[in-house]
Every structure is written in C-alpha cells, then in structure tokens.
Write a new protein. Structure first.
Length: 323
C-alpha cells in the first residue's frame, strides 16, 4: 500500500521557532513512522504541510494518509490540516476535522463534557470579544484558578504563575495571554492533586490503554518548562487501586466517544484531594515520538511495540476506505 505521511514542515519555520521542542519531535516522529510503515511493507512517502497540500496529496495519490501534522503557522492549524485531508477524499488516520476542532478548543470540549455529565473543572471563557466574565460568574469558581490559553497545547502559556487564589490578579493574567496567544482564554478551577493520562487506541471500538500517572519531580504542574525538560517520571500502570483505574479509564472513554474520536487520542485527568477525577482536556493528535511521547510509551506497556502501534493506527484509516 502507498501511504502518505503528512507532517509539519521540517526546518526553520515560524512554528518551529515558536516551539523548538515540537520541531525536534516532528522530525524524529516522521523518521520513526516512515521506518515502521516500510517495515510493515508499505511504500511510505513524507508530505510536508504547505499551502499546496491538497495538490501534493493528489500528486502522491496514496491509498491512505498517516497524519502526524500538528501545525503549520500555529498549533491551531492542526484542525485546518485535517479539514484539508477530508477534502482530499483519501482516508486518513485519526479523528475527523470536527473532533479536532472540539479537542483543540478546550472550552468546547468542556461544554460538551458538561452536557455529557463528564466531570471537568468549573470554568469561564474570555472569547473573541475579549471581555472579562462578570464578577458574579467569576465568584462562582472555587479558588485557586488557573488562567491558560483556551486553544494551545504542549502547555504553552502555562507556568507556576498561571495559578492564583486572588481573583483581582485574574484580569492581568488574562490580558497577558490575550496579548501572547489571542482569545480564547480559559479561567479554570485548579485541581490540586495527582495527574493521569489515558491513551485510547483503535477503530471502530477503541481499547483503553493502562492509566499513566505523571509524577512531578519539581512543582505540581506539567508546564512548558517541565514538559520540554522532561522533569517528570511517568508511572504506567499508575499505582492506584484498580477501582479508581477503571473509573478513570471509563471517564476517558466517555470523552473519546462524546467527541466522536477515531483511532487514537489521549485524555488528561487530575484527581482532586477528595479522590474525584476531573478531565482537563483531550489530545486528539497525541505525540508519537518514540522514547519520548506518552502515547507510544503507554502503548508499549499495553503490548504494542512501535511498529504494531503504527499498524493499529493505520488500520483505522484502511477500515474507512470506501466507507
Ligand atoms: N485546572 C487545572 N488544574 C490543575 N492543573 C492544571 C489545570 N489545567 C492545567 N493544568 C496543568 O497544566 C498542564 C497543561 O494543561 P492542559 O490543559 O493539559 O494543556 P495542554 O494542552 O497545554 O497540555 C496539565 O497537564 C496540568 O499539569
Ligand atoms: Mg495536556
């Protein structure tokens, strides 16, 4: 089979300068996915995202697309790229445009979770009109709160200073994020407790992979600095009672289903001090960098080496061929 691997542009681009760590991840992941596909007997062709993407795909004319592209100008383009893949009519790995839009915009995911009775921290949104929520709304939030970009990833814009117990500090934190990332900005109840992430893999029915705990070596948050310097110890399967693991897994699956995700996704969850899990977000295109990203590491523990992980993800696209 001929498989196009759609990837971020490699080299000195605006996106790579904004997030140098992501640039390296993209390169290493591309190499690993190409190699795995070739070992599986496929013809694997890299296709970098640029404005001619649709035409480039027509020229390559693959049987399926393996999508690892997380952005073009910014990470928000992750969904735009998938929209282009949908337009191409070629089956591709991963979720639909719609699911990516909902997953990338955490506040949309949160609205959907609220409707589906999936526990998520209380929140307010500062949207395109850039107006602060009313005092009445803000005062309904339990303190402290975290102020974070409403549609970024990799913990961009999140530092230890993003958390405050003082509502009078919130407008300043919001303004800073509006200036740096634009709207929307989320003001969210801070869940002070253990952090977990849950991978889901497969189509049409996803398998829920074992729960991983993110144990912090410094601080209590997965900030950009912590993520890029690797200051965490992942523990998988997490050292928690089986009942809690099952509860966390079932919540993760409900988020996956509520957004109608496909093939793979990773759900970030925090446990409050009183033992209740809250979903922070779903990553509809989790990183696949071997030896680094959470998803392949967790998959490995569930018995999928990198090659069989790539095969399992590709299987979804192949099943949808002609569908
Ligand atoms: N409401 C919250 N309560 C506690 N920690 C949070 C909260 N929101 C974010 N964090 C911390 O910040 C990290 C990144 O936030 P997240 O919403 O997952 O954004 P990203 O898309 O950048 O990964 C989380 O992994 C967690 O450590
Ligand atoms: Mg996250």
């Amino acid at each position: 089979m001929r498989v196009a691997v759609v990837t971020n542009q490699i080299g000195d681009t605006q996106l790579n300068r904004l997030d140098p760590h992501a640039a390296e991840q993209a390169e290493v992941t591309l190499r690993a996915v190409l190699e795995a596909l070739r070992e599986l007997g496929h013809e694997a062709i890299p296709v970098e995202v640029r404005p001619s993407l649709l035409i480039d795909l027509q020229n390559v004319a693959p049987d399926a697309i393996f999508n690892i592209a997380t952005g073009y100008r910014s990470k928000r383009d992750q969904a735009n790229i998938v929209a282009t893949l949908e337009l191409s009519g070629i089956p591709f790995t991963g979720s639909s445009f719609r699911a990516h839009v909902m997953g990338l915009h955490k506040y949309l995911t949160k609205f959907i979770m609220e409707m589906a009775d999936i526990p998520t921290p209380g929140f307010c949104v500062v949207d395109a009109n850039r107006k602060m929520p009313s005092q009445e709304r803000l005062s309904k939030l339990k303190l402290p709160v975290i102020v974070k970009p409403g549609a970024e990833g990799s913990s961009l814009g999140i530092t230890q200073d993003s958390v405050t117990g003082d509502l009078s500090k919130v407008p300043g934190l919001v303004q800073d994020l509006l200036d740096r990332f634009g709207p929307p900005v989320l003001i969210e109840e801070y869940i002070d407790g253990r952090e977990f992430t849950v991978g889901l893999l497969g189509y049409p029915e996803p398998a829920v992979l074992p729960v991983e705990e993110i144990v912090f070596k410094e601080g209590a948050m997965y900030t950009y600095a912590v993520k890029s310097r690797d200051r965490v110890t992942p523990v998988c399967p997490a050292d928690i009672p089986e009942e809690l693991a099952l509860e966390i897994q079932s919540i993760a699956k409900r988020v996956f289903e509520a957004l109608d995700c496909r093939d793979l996704a990773r759900v970030d969850i925090r446990l409050s001090r009183d033992g209740r899990p809250y979903v922070l977000e779903i990553n509809t295109l989790p990183g696949l960098m071997p030896g680094y990203s959470e998803f392949p590491r967790i998959a490995q523990i569930a018995g999928y080496d990198y090659k069989s992980l790539v095969q399992k993800i590709l299987e979804g696209a192949l099943l949808r061929r002609g569908a």
